[in-house]
Design a protein around this ligand. Structure first.
Ligand SMILES: NC(=O)c1ccc[n+]([C@@H]2O[C@H](COP(=O)([O-])OP(=O)(O)OC[C@H]3O[C@@H](n4cnc5c(N)ncnc54)[C@H](OP(=O)(O)O)[C@@H]3O)[C@@H](O)[C@H]2O)c1
Length: 288
């Protein structure tokens, strides 16, 4: 049985990957990496090979990869130099003699017209992995359906939805579905330099999200597309920091331009079942 290192093991996606891996392999066969001591301690008691490490710490990365065949690099957050962190993981994998690196990228239409600069790291990391000579599997994940409550806010049932996303569409998929499918690929495939695009089986605008929330809640929820200056004033007025407001606007602009709208059957194929629909996903996410 191949030995897998899951980075980002304490995170939500990493946790769902591990849950699925455990259906076929023992915890003792899985290495996990995190910066969080308490999460590692809990995982150690369950039998995992735990490694404390940061993507900035090359020595720790190399140590965590000893005897490992496949590394799942879960993309870092945006608080550090993410691209350098990803390069560190790929370089360490090469040095440690790992044969396969898997990476959680993003499903986006076109890098040249992207507005959200955070997304460039994904294309650059894919390029870096391909140039490394390592075997690879790339998972181009859709925007998590799980982020819809963050976009529309908890008060959505009273206020409706206001976003500067026009009628742009997103092929939302549930993070849990993507984690499960990723684990299935890691367990059952031979790292054949394949790029999978994990999306829902339809794409949805915020008009569709509003319609589904209306159906689920029996309250009429309206989506009002707003222009960027009005949205910016609204968010700043609520006390959100400028940097956060810019981030939200950039995400919405890419949605408006249908960067996130592409659909693929890969997720359904690798799950071996239907992907979670928007209606079923929102029902769970909003507790309806
Ligand atoms: N497709 C989407 O819609 C979408 C949305 C949001 C984020 N993402 C990306 O997908 C990734 C996984 O999503 P998630 O929901 O699982 O996020 P999450 O719950 O925030 O988990 C992120 C994981 O990345 C690890 N990590 C981040 N920076 C690290 C570093 N410098 N060194 C070592 N580990 C580091 C964290 O480990 P620690 O235990 O050390 O904190 C954590 O386990 C995110 O990190 C982000 O890049 C995608």
């Amino acid at each position: 049985m191949k030995k897998i290192l899951v980075t980002g093991a304490s995170g939500i996606l990493g946790t769902t990957v591990i849950e699925t891996l455990l259906k076929q392999v023992l915890a003792q066969e899985i290495n996990v990496l995190s910066r969080k001591e308490e999460k590692l301690a809990a995982m150690q008691t369950k039998g995992f090979n735990t490694h404390h490490g940061d993507y900035d710490d090359i020595k720790a990365l190399e140590k965590a990869m000893i005897g490992v065949d496949t590394v799942l690099l879960i993309s870092a957050g945006d608080e550090g130099d993410r691209m350098q962190q990803h390069r560190n993981v790929v370089d360490a994998a090469k040095k440690a003699g790992v044969s396969c690196i898997a990476y959680t990228s993003r499903s986006l239409r076109d890098r040249t017209t992207l507005v959200n600069k955070l997304m460039f790291d994904h294309f650059d990391t894919e390029d870096y992995i391909k140039a490394s000579g390592l075997g690879y599997t790339i998972f181009r994940n859709a925007l998590y359906m799980d982020v819809i409550p963050l976009f529309v806010g908890k008060q959505v049932f009273d206020t409706g939805i206001f976003q500067p996303a026009g009628d742009g569409k997103v092929a939302f998929a549930l993070r849990k579905d993507m984690g499960e499918a990723m684990a299935n690929v890691l367990l059952n495939e031979h790292c054949e330099n394949i790029t999978y695009t994990f999306t829902g089986n339809a794409s949805y605008s915020f008009y569709d999200v509003a319609a589904v929330l209306t159906e689920l809640s029996d309250k009429e929820i309206k989506y009002t597309p707003v222009e960027i200056p009005a949205f910016e004033a609204m968010m700043l007025g609520k006390g959100l920091p400028q940097v956060m407001v810019k981030k939200i606007i950039d995400f919405n602009t890419d949605i408006k331009n249908n960067q996130e709208a592409g659909i693929s059957n890969d997720l359904e194929n690798k799950l071996g079942r239907q992907v979670t629909s928007l209606k079923a996903g929102l029902k769970t996410l909003f507790g309806l």
